[in-house]
Design a protein around this ligand. Structure first.
Ligand SMILES: NC(=O)C1=CN([C@@H]2O[C@H](COP(=O)(O)OP(=O)(O)OC[C@H]3O[C@@H](n4cnc5c(N)ncnc54)[C@H](OP(=O)(O)O)[C@@H]3O)[C@@H](O)[C@H]2O)C=CC1
Ligand SMILES: Nc1nc2c(c(=O)[nH]1)N=C([C@H](O)[C@@H](O)CO)CN2
Length: 254
């Protein structure tokens, strides 16, 4: 790796001239991370599955928005080709896209498991394998390690009786973090963020909310900014790789 001593002393989260790429950025946490990065003066590429007014708003802020449903191999390959054709380097890849499906809502369990592993494991794997030269190139140019961040889940470690396929695929994603951290060091840091409750879904009733809040020691719905702060921490860090930041209010002790 080419080391530039001037860059080494600077803040790794500052503007580098290379864009961040975040998946599933059209709403909630993904959207909040993008807005935060844009506010910092960073360039951002994002993927979205469903078009919305938020996507138009991001475009008007200069964000490069690309439509891709990760259950489609063709759409995933098109997304990757477009990024490779237009950019020489990437400051980070943030794997946020996720489908929180439950066995209770699916008749075809084979297809459920396949979808969970496609969205949470196969797509991030293809993206990391295909775009790693861009992360390495940016690291060489700016003299600091670039980043891959995987949004996993508390249940990747503990399991979930209502989201069995989802939890297993988030465990697969957590495992990608450790393999890619080995493969890509020292040019690329690879870490995971494992939240438990960050935000309720619209329509979650009071009874469900109270039950979910009681699962952690801190009994909080912390909101999307807790996730944004964790992403910024990892981008700033020069010494953390192959690790998981647990954002769970002490749920492991409750
Ligand atoms: N919210 C929470 O409390 C928790 C969140 N997490 C994790 O944090 C991350 C962000 O959470 P949150 O903001 O709530 O996530 P959401 O479920 O609200 O949004 C996820 C995004 O992923 C996109 N997505 C879903 N399926 C696909 C697909 N097949 N192809 C491409 N994109 C897809 C969605 O697109 P569309 O707009 O089309 O639906 C959406 O933009 C996720 O990885 C989640 O698993 C973990 C634990 C708790
Ligand atoms: N992709 C998503 N994953 C998860 C969500 C979500 O809304 N989208 N929500 C949760 C819950 O907050 C849960 O932890 C408590 O209700 C988990 N994963």
């Amino acid at each position: 790796m080419t080391i530039n001593s001037e860059c080494l002393s600077s803040n790794a989260g500052s503007v580098t001239g290379f864009p961040h790429f975040i998946t599933g950025g059209g709403r909630r946490l993904g959207l909040a991370i993008i807005k935060h990065l844009v506010h910092q003066g960073e360039q951002v590429i994002m993927s979205y599955r469903t078009h919305s007014k938020e996507v138009d708003e991001l475009r008007s802020l200069g964000v490069h928005c690309i439509k891709a449903d990760f259950t489609s191999k063709k759409q995933l390959e098109k997304l990757i080709s477009e990024i490779r054709a237009e950019y020489s380097g990437l400051r980070s890849i943030i794997h946020n896209a996720s489908d929180w499906a439950s066995e209770a809502d699916e008749l075809d369990l084979y297809r459920l498991m396949e979808r969970m592993w496609q969205v949470h494991v196969a797509a991030p794997y293809q993206i990391n394998m295909s775009l790693q030269p861009l992360l390495c190139h940016a690291a060489d140019q700016i003299g600091i390690a670039t980043d891959i961040i995987h949004l996993t889940d508390f249940v990747a470690e503990k399991g979930s009786d209502k989201h069995i396929a989802y939890a297993s695929s988030k465990a697969g994603l957590a495992n990608l973090s450790v393999s890619f951290s080995r493969q890509l060091a020292p040019k690329v840091k690879v870490n995971a963020i494992a939240p438990s409750l960050l935000m309720f879904q619209e329509g979650d009733n009071k009874e469900y909310q109270q039950k979910a809040l009681k699962k952690s020691l801190l009994c909080l719905e912390p909101g999307e900014q807790e996730g944004v702060a964790a992403v910024q921490y990892l981008l700033n860090s020069r010494y953390m790789t192959g690790r998981t930041l647990a954002l769970d209010g002490g749920r492991h002790l409750a």
